[in-house]
Design a protein around this ligand. Structure first.
Ligand SMILES: Nc1ncnc2c1ncn2[C@@H]1O[C@H](COP(=O)(O)OP(=O)(O)OP(=O)(O)O)[C@@H](O)[C@H]1O
Length: 396
């Protein structure tokens, strides 16, 4: 980062000596926390259970009233302003979603715009825009009720609702905590895709250091009382943990965790033989026999990966279609990390994973070779950094 960039960056949220002591307690749950959060960044608060993450976050939108200190929002002291008005400027997403069960998805998303008195046409347009943004077809979902949606879909609606009135700030309290790992990865990728366009200031609470590494522009590792053990970029936290607490919190495998810093969109992908879904089985088999790979990747008419088909699955399958054969594709979106790729590779029959673009169209494959290259690069970087460190110490 250049110096000029540093000086022009705006601080969106500034916590100054922020303190909370719950009634009847002899210790502060949050003890004089100073933290600056820059506009357009995702800052992840991570730390052990009970360290004060949720209390800190809930003081930002004053669901919990601070016992001391100040909160500045875009330079304005909001410690004493009307909390209802404050909450309209700050989106809030929680784990249990809190969708209103008797309201349709559209009405749920429209909650804050309605409170703000937007007209009907503008609200309807905004609802559809937000549904599309969280990858749900507006025509199909706007009139459904929350119970007619899966957990992952409900969580997406939670995010859409929080973005209703286009707030500058989004608070997310373990939003993906109760979701299965595959859907969780997908929701994380979607959040990153949306954030690339929205550039909101996001404060995200999690227990999970891997989630923090994947999502955070900056991570605050907190100790009891929301004391900051380290506030830094994920790269710095993994390569230069500030103290033993941070080291222990990252746990073993810090090098492996660095795979979580590289996105599939940042690496060069390999090519793989593909076949369109309407190709006859015999023709596909002939194509596979002429190839050196163990399977073909079947693409639908829009170029999206649908199946892997291997030779044994194509033999004796005359008259059937390719989409009925083979195995399903667990594809990687552009913001998936090499850590996600590694996980997928371990369980993949063909030791390869298909990568798609934002529209879901196939762009190439990643395999162990790419992981290997990334690890080699990390090693040479680490050696370079260690050398530079030694030279600094020696005053060279
Ligand atoms: N309403 C309350 N009354 C008294 N003490 C509370 C209350 N809410 C939280 N605490 C205490 O404040 C401390 C911080 O709690 P907080 O929920 O902020 O932690 P956390 O880091 O979010 O934890 P977790 O990861 O388990 O959700 C804990 O010691 C907790 O027991």
């Amino acid at each position: 980062m250049t110096e000029q960039q540093t000086t022009t960056e705006t601080v969106m949220i500034s916590l100054q000596g922020l303190t909370k002591r719950y009634p009847g307690q002899d210790r502060d749950a949050v003890a004089s926390l100073d933290l600056e959060i820059r506009a357009g960044e995702i800052v992840v608060l991570v730390g052990p259970s009970g360290c004060g993450k949720t209390t800190t976050m809930k003081m930002i939108n004053r669901i919990i009233e601070p016992s001391g200190g100040r909160i500045l929002l875009d330079g304005e002291d909001v410690t004493k302003v009307n909390p209802d008005q404050l909450r309209r400027r700050i989106g809030y997403v929680i784990q249990q979603i809190g969708l209103f069960p008797h309201m349709t998805i559209g009405e749920n998303i429209a909650t804050v715009p309605k409170l703000l008195g937007w007209d009907k046409a503008r609200i309807a347009q905004r609802v559809d825009e937000l549904l599309a943004m969280v990858s749900l077809d507006p025509a199909e979902y706007r009139d459904r009720y929350p119970k007619q949606l899966s957990g992952g879909q409900q969580q997406r609606i939670g995010v859409a609702r929080a973005l209703g009135a286009d707030p500058d700030v989004l608070l997310m309290d373990e939003p993906f905590g109760a979701i299965d790992p595959i859907t969780r990865d997908r929701l994380q990728n979607e959040l990153l895709r949306m954030q690339a366009e929205m550039r909101k200031t996001i404060v995200f609470v999690t227990h999970d250091i891997d989630e923090a590494i994947k999502l955070g522009d900056r991570i605050a590792i907190l100790q009891e009382g929301s004391r900051i053990a380290q506030y830094d970029t994920p790269e710095q936290i993994l390569t230069a943990p500030a103290n033993d607490f941070v080291k222990n919190f990252i746990g073993r495998g810090a090098s492996l965790k660095r795979l979580g810093l590289t996105r599939v969109s940042d690496i060069s992908l390999r090519e793989w033989p593909t076949v369109s879904a309407d190709t006859p089985v015999e023709a596909a088999l002939a194509q596979l026999r002429a190839a050196t790979e163990s399977a073909l990747l079947v693409l639908d008419a829009a170029g999206r990966p649908v199946r892997w088909v291997a030779a044994d699955e194509l033999r004796d399958a005359a008259g059937r279609t390719l989409v009925e054969l083979g195995t399903s594709v667990n594809h990687m979106e552009p913001r998936a990390t090499l850590s996600d790729v590694l996980n997928a590779l371990i369980t993949s029959r063909h030791s390869v994973t298909a990568v798609v673009d934002d529209a879901g169209v196939y762009v190439g494959v990643a395999d162990f070779e790419q992981i290997h290259d990334a690890i080699r690069e990390m090693r040479s970087q680490a050696v370079g950094e260690a050398r530079a460190g030694l030279q600094n110490e020696a005053g060279l």
